[in-house]
Write a protein that binds this ligand. Structure first.
Ligand code: SF4
Length: 743
């Protein structure tokens, strides 16, 4: 173990949510614990801000429920075993199932904490390749999959997501998002309250369109209630008015956009008057909003979880980008822009163009389309419990709790019982991992180094930061990437080291030599430069050196390398977002495709929705500042305070339904029912009720002692696995038809 001073201060980022705030960790080495956690004022993006969740980092270190040794189910009980036995068992059982039933008999499910662990992100593809299965699921399809699908066909790549240039905009139009609670999502923007305050101070305007008057809506200049799931209709009406009133102006992108005429024709039927009944938005209000947004010098339209996790997720995601483009705000200062992360791609690297990775295969039971190598998680339970030769027989979960986070959690809960083998790489015995045969716990965030591989790509300001580990892990502990490599190596009949060496070599060969961004160095010489680094650090060093700000393996070049980044304790500020079009477009045409066929073909489905009766009660979710993942409910510092798992109901609905404040309501959907305490509030629009997600900690066998004291109810007992955005396959988590009665 490294010798360290008695008291130490370490600067890094908090990896608990997408904001990735810069933090200063004061460590008491004698007690081997965190003495204090504060915001780092020198961080270029967060500027010293932290939210109350940050104490969760210390809570995770000290949580007695956090697993530290592998657990094996033996005679119905979990017993601790050594790592060698655990890794060998995981690899041999998975290999046996693959050899007997084929690779697709094994499925994987990845939870969203993987996106906050760069080393896991660099290793998971190796692990997936070793398993060889096409049955890959993740939290993506209960979250941002529709945005990835639309970005892929509009801009040419799943993660080509334009981010609001919030620090320079004059008009911030927010749909289905609550950035005051999330600090941004697909928009890394810590201290949202400060950023919104500065927007107002420079005379800017904030408008929120949401079925709930959320924390963000509370501070907005204007809040419009909208029926859940009606965002695509609202946005199409927005586009209709832009064309009808001659307000379309794509600005500097005139030569880089295609499909304007087709778009105008598509928008014709969706006048504000035609969509008013379905959206609940008064036509005059919508028209006025369009005019003022179009008149703003710099405007940014932003849609998030409410626009994705609904029936028309892909269409809504697309239309957000369309609105920004038609008003000249795409790739413009104060509009929406594409960040340029330091890890690449590099300066001169040609963008890869190719077939959209959509529906290259489909799920067995319902024929749901694959996207970018993954199937919608709404299909997971049926792929397990529907008989047939090709059914899933084994599951590997990595940092995920799909019983609480995916639709019809009860069906999945039952289905998991029927599997031949379940291995969960996880730090908790939770509602999902209680079904495991084997649980492999890995290091918590402060025991590992990090680089924001995913979230630098969504940041409202370009920057790069290395986060050193705060604590040395215990000698017997394993990092997630090490566990994945160990299992992959054993399945491949080789070693973790050999698997890592091969993967690193592939990264190097695609980054250096003739025709690359680093023509001045060959693969052998580059490999020598990174020799001796652990696998993830070696890969990251190559990516940084070959990236747009890299030193290209030239030590005399002032550009970035991992070593230089590690020396910059507060990170490297790479400046405000800059123009990136058309250079970063990867569509076949090389243009922004405003009317791509995949999305255009889905428009008739939206047209049909105009005719539907929109009078029934529907359920939406909500997020709290102190919560993000379900395990956060097990940390006393985050779980304390008033009961949060309440059913919010509008006063008029409460009276009509006979519900009283603090009484209990029974909520029923097609798939299940829950009983939850009632909170009557006019923050919801009539006809809509809201439950937060990630609760329901009362299942037998889980070991979450704090969460179990106030378990709440699992909102995914109501969400329906058959309810998906038909185009993307994303689960509908907002706009669930429900019936409500006093309990
Ligand atoms: S907003 Fe809170 S949880 Fe998210 S990164 Fe910042 S401090 Fe951590």
């Amino acid at each position: 173990m490294t010798q360290r001073a008695t008291a130490e201060t370490i600067h890094r980022t908090c990896p608990l949510c997408e904001a990735h705030c810069g933090i200063t960790v004061h460590v008491d080495r004698d007690a081997n614990r965190v003495a204090a956690l504060k915001g780092d004022p020198a961080d270029a993006v967060s500027g010293g801000y932290v939210c109350p969740k940050v104490v969760g980092l210390r809570g995770l270190e000290e949580d007695p429920d956090r697993l530290v040794k592998p657990l094996l189910r033996r005679d119905g009980e979990f017993v601790e075993i050594e790592w060698e036995e655990a890794l060998e068992l995981a690899a041999s059982k998975l290999s046996e199932i693959r050899d007997t039933h084929g690779a697709n008999a094994i499925a994987t499910y990845l939870g969203n904490p993987n996106a906050h662990d760069y080393a896991a992100g660099l290793t998971l593809p190796l692990f997936q390749r070793a398993l060889g299965t096409r049955w890959r699921f993740s939290a993506t399809s209960v979250d941002q999959l529709p945005k990835m699908v639309s970005s892929c066909v509009v801009f040419g790549a799943p993660f080509a997501v334009p981010v609001p240039d919030i620090d320079h905009t004059d008009f911030f139009l927010v749909l289905g998002a609550n950035p005051l609670a999330s600090n941004g999502s697909l928009m890394t923007a810590p201290d949202m309250r400060g950023r919104l305050r500065r927007l107002r101070e420079r005379g800017g305007r904030l408008v929120v369109v949401d079925p709930r008057r959320s924390e963000t809506a509370e501070v907005a200049d204007q809040h419009l209630f909208i029926r859940p799931g009606a965002d695509a209709l609202f946005l199409f009406a927005f586009v209709h008015v832009l064309f009808e009133e001659g307000l379309v102006d794509v600005g500097a992108l005139a030569d880089s956009v295609r499909g304007l005429d087709e778009l105008e024709a598509l928008a014709k039927p969706f006048s504000p008057e035609a969509v008013a009944a379905a959206t609940g938005v008064e036509p005059g209000t919508l028209r006025e909003l369009v005019r003022s947004f179009a008149a703003a010098e710099r405007g940014a339209c932003y849609g998030r979880i409410g626009t994705c996790t609904q029936e028309f997720g892909a269409l809504s995601s697309w239309l957000v980008d369309v609105v920004n483009t038609l008003t000249g705000n795409l790739d413009a200062e104060g509009g929406v822009r594409f960040p340029r992360p330091a890890h690449g791609p590099g300066r001169d690297e040609p963008r890869r163009k190719g077939r959209v990775p959509y529906a290259r295969w489909r799920s067995r039971v319902r024929g749901l389309p694959e996207f970018a190598g993954e199937l919608p998680v709404a299909a997971l339970a049926e792929e397990i419990d529907t008989p047939g030769d090709e059914r899933i027989r084994a599951l590997v979960t990595v940092a995920g709790n799909p019983v609480l986070s995916t639709p019809n959690g009860e069906r999945l809960d039952r289905a998991l019982e029927s599997l031949d083998f379940v291995v969960c790489v996880d730090i908790y015995l939770n509602e999902t991992t209680r079904h495991a045969d084997l649980i492999l716990p890995t290091t918590p965030p402060l025991q590992r180094a990090n680089y924001d591989l995913a979230f630098h790509g969504f940041s409202v300001r370009d920057h790069a930061k290395w986060s050193p580990a705060v604590f040395d892990p215990p000698p017997e502990a394993r990092h997630l990437w090490q566990v994945l490599l160990e299992i992959a190596g054993r399945i491949n009949g080789t070693t973790a080291e050999a698997a890592a060496a091969l993967a690193l070599r592939n990264v190097i060969e695609s980054s250096v030599g003739p025709g690359s961004t680093c023509p001045g160095i060959d693969a052998d010489a580059a490999a020598e430069r990174v020799a001796g680094l652990p696998y993830p650090e070696a890969v990251l060093d190559v990516m940084l050196r070959a990236g747009p700000y890299g030193d290209h393996f030239d030590d005399d070049d002032p550009g970035l390398s991992l070593g230089k980044l590690q020396a910059a304790t507060h990170g490297v500020d790479l400046g405000p977002l800059k123009p990136r079009l058309p250079e970063m477009l990867a569509t076949e045409s090389g243009a922004v495709e405003l009317a791509p066929s995949l999305l255009v073909e889905d428009v008739p489905r939206l047209l049909a929705a105009l005719e539907r009766d929109a009078s029934g009660m529907v359920l939406i979710g909500r997020r709290h500042l102190r919560s993000n993942n379900s395990w956060m409910h097990n940390l006393p510092a985050l779980a304390k305070g008033p009961e949060r798992c309440t059913l919010m109901v509008h006063p008029g609905d409460a009276e009509r339904l006979g519900l009283s404040e603090s009484g209990q309501a029974k909520v029923r959907s097609r798939v299940g029912s829950v009983v939850a305490p009632v909170e009557i509030t006019d923050a919801l629009m009539p006809g809509v009720v809201s439950l937060p997600h990630g609760h329901g900690h009362s299942l037998e066998g889980a070991r979450l002692s704090v969460a179990a004291q106030r378990p709440g109810v699992n909102s995914n007992l109501l969400t329906d696995e058959l309810g998906i955005d038909a185009l993307s396959g994303n689960a509908i988590l907002n706009g669930i038809p429900v019936e409500i009665s006093p309990a």
